[in-house]
Structure formats: structure tokens, C-alpha cells
Design a protein around this ligand. Structure first.
Ligand SMILES: [Zn+2]
Length: 75
């Protein structure tokens, strides 16, 4: 891991910021993952708004097909 002698004003490099966004997007998707065809957090049909935004971001960074590991390929 690289050390940064001069951090950016916001304290994160663009790559770190991007990675942090990916992690939080994945966490949102995991928390809002549908149990029985609906979001357990919002109680509405899936995908709910937070999930849509999270997937919108992941798609932009080329990870639109991401799914929570514990749910992948399981029924
Ligand atoms: Zn939700």
C-alpha cells in the first residue's frame, strides 16, 4: 500500500474515493438485497431507489453485474 506524503484537501485520492464509493454501493445493495422479491429495508418492490442508485454507480465503474457473495447463485 502506497503512502501519501501530501494528501489531497479531502484526504483521499481519486482512486481511494472511487474505491470507497464502490464499497458503500456494495453495502447498500447487500443491505437492500431482496428476500422475497422485495426490499427488506424499504419494504417496497425491488430494486428500491437506493439499490438503483448503487447499481447505477457500479455500472459506471464496470461492475454492474455485482451481487452480494452470500446470495450469488443461491436460491
Ligand atoms: Zn431498499
Amino acid at each position: 500500500m502506497a503512502t501519501h506524503a501530501r494528501p489531497t484537501p479531502i484526504g483521499l485520492s481519486p482512486a481511494q474515493l472511487r474505491n470507497r464509493m464502490i464499497v458503500s454501493a456494495r453495502r447498500i445493495i447487500t443491505e437492500h438485497w431482496p428476500r422475497v422479491d422485495r426490499c427488506p429495508m424499504c419494504g417496497c418492490g425491488w430494486p428500491c431507489t437506493p439499490t438503483v442508485y448503487a447499481y447505477d454507480y457500479l455500472t459506471k465503474v464496470g461492475q454492474g453485474g455485482w451481487a452480494p457473495p452470500e446470495h450469488r447463485g443461491r436460491r
